[in-house]
Design a protein around this ligand. Structure first.
Ligand SMILES: [Zn+2]
Length: 131
């Protein structure tokens, strides 16, 4: 998936809800326990901006944080990571490598088999149940 999507800022603003825009395009963070009410059925979580498949329901776990949490990206998903030193913290920022949407952060305190916790803003995701 190398078909990079670039749009002017006002197009993203018109396409997205105000909160989705703020989170994905302006590196915002939604309040905890506001967007983690997805169905439990098998399926894929897609980027709310460009529709790229990012996470699989099979890797989602209840982290108790109030944000959707996954222990790995979906196979072949365009999930990019980069160092984020804002707010005086050293964190790894997670984004959609296809459209540069900010998704959340990844922390090294997740469950097996990866030991990683992808802490993702639910408003950045769209759930698509499996057929
Ligand atoms: Zn995207």
């Amino acid at each position: 998936m190398s078909d990079k999507i670039e749009k002017p800022d006002d197009e993203w603003r018109a396409q997205l809800s105000p909160l989705a825009y703020k989170v994905t395009r302006k590196h915002g963070t939604e309040r905890a326990f506001t967007h983690d009410d997805f169905p439990k059925a098998p399926g894929l979580y897609r980027c709310v901006c460009c529709g790229a498949p990012l996470f699989d329901q099979a890797t989602k776990f209840d982290s108790g944080t109030g944000w959707p949490s996954f222990y790995a990206p979906a196979e072949g998903a365009p999930v990019g990571e980069k160092q984020d030193n804002s707010w005086f913290m050293r964190r790894i920022e997670v984004h959609c490598a296809r459209c540069d949407a900010h998704l959340g952060h990844v922390f090294p305190d997740g469950p097996a088999p990866t030991g990683l916790r992808y802490c993702i803003n639910g408003v950045a995701l769209e759930f698509q149940p499996q057929d």
